[in-house]
Design a protein around this ligand. Structure first.
Ligand SMILES: *Cc1c(COP(=O)(O)O)cnc(C)c1O
Length: 377
């Protein structure tokens, strides 16, 4: 029997010019944090956002969230609201500062932060004399959160939004690009994201002063002096000039990558969408998802697991949806506002292989196996 190649959930997909930019760094011996590739990568990102944001390229998306919280004045003992249905990196940096995450459940239209529960959490905080300092909202799997509602609540109570756009570069709401919707936006270029630098991230802001402060904090908070003078605790969070070269090449193919991921979603929906046992998350009016990962909802945990294990036997990687933060042992002592939505999504949902480098025959192999498995249920 010929063994077929493993199909990954989401693997890196180089465009071709990345290596030239990396070689440039080698040829000029610019093997350091900062340099022409970092400048070029930041310019390419700001250009993609049509000048709506200034960009600071950083070592990771997690580092970007950490700096965003700091720049918004979050300190020890503060409460920070965080979408519960997300990857742990949305919440971890809150605890780096000694602040307390307050988790808020999702609504069913986008699977992202529920505006109703968000307002309830804020009102409760105010009532207890402790209004939350910031809101971390996430465009999970590339689907934008309800931006209009979240922005209205943010404005009403004067609480800034950190827009975790790690999974949503290339998504938009009513033509406005994700990453530029919050007070501070963050991107990730980790290996599994829509474009990658192997590891990396960025902080996006409309305010050039905030960008300047982010870069200052990310480069060890070195004050202006001939010697090393420090008035702030800094971090080593800047991006390397070598990997920024990969980012420059990847920005050139971003639109193709989004198109390929959206094609995957359309393919899965066409082959599986008629079944009563498989549900997809459609885009609300005006919302455009980069479809970073295609997710399906099955009728039960049992059926979800059966599909996942059958795929695994054929060397096809799939993954349950994110386990909500309020259910994670590490966060069990923090407050949460929940209504069961994300717990249910976690039990019944599955992420299907969604790389932009999947072949038509891969998609056929995956969907045929899912159809066969569901026929046996
Ligand atoms: C990947 C991811 C991050 C963290 O980004 P890194 O670059 O891996 O540190 C944060 N939030 C979400 C939702 C992510 O998916």
């Amino acid at each position: 029997m010929i063994t077929k190649a493993k199909i990954w959930l989401s693997s890196p997909h180089m465009g071709g010019t990345e290596q030239e930019y990396v070689n440039e760094a080698f040829n000029t011996n610019w093997i350091a944090p900062l340099g022409p590739n970092v400048d070029g990568f930041e310019e390419a990102i700001s250009r993609y956002f049509e000048g709506a944001v200034h960009t600071a390229a950083l070592s990771s998306g997690t580092a970007a969230i950490h700096l965003a919280l700091k720049l918004l004045g979050v300190v020890h003992g503060d409460d920070v609201i965080c979408q519960s249905f997300t990857f742990s990196a949305s919440a971890n940096p809150i605890t780096y500062l000694g602040a307390n995450p307050v988790f808020v459940d999702s609504e069913k239209d986008t699977w992202n932060i529920s505006p109703e529960l968000l307002e309830e959490a804020i009102l409760n905080g105010i009532k207890n004399g402790k209004p939350p300092k910031a809101i971390v909202a996430v465009h999970l799997y590339g689907m934008p959160y309800k931006h209009a509602e979240v922005a209205e609540i943010s404005n009403k109570y004067g609480i800034p939004v950190i827009e975790d756009s790690a999974e949503a570069l290339g998504s938009s709401v009513n033509g406005k690009k994700c990453g530029s919707l919050g007070d501070i936006g963050i991107l990730s270029f980790n290996g599994n994201k829509i474009i990658t630098t192997s590891g990396g991230g960025a902080l996006l802001t409309k305010d050039i002063e905030i960008r300047k402060k982010a870069v200052f904090l990310a480069t060890q908070a070195r004050d202006d002096a001939p010697h090393y003078e420090h008035t702030h605790v800094g971090h080593n969070y800047r991006m390397s000039n070598v990997i920024a070269g990969i980012g420059r090449g990847q920005m050139e193919v971003l639109n193709d990558r989004v198109a390929a991921r959206r094609y995957n979603y359309a393919y899965y929906k066409k082959r599986l969408g008629e079944l009563s046992t498989v549900n997809f998350l459609d885009e609300p009016q005006g919302f455009s998802s980069n479809r970073w990962l295609t997710c399906i909802l099955t009728p039960s945990f049992k059926i979800r697991e059966k599909i996942r294990l059958e795929l695994q036997l054929e060397d096809i990687e799939s993954r349950p949806l994110w386990k909500p933060m309020h259910e994670q042992p590490v966060f069990k002592n923090f407050k949460s506002y929940t209504d069961g939505t994300s717990s249910d999504l976690f039990l019944r949902g599955l992420c299907l292989p969604s790389g932009s480098n999947l072949l038509e025959e891969d998609l056929d192999r995956i969907t045929s196996l899912i159809l066969k498995t569901l026929n046996q249920c």
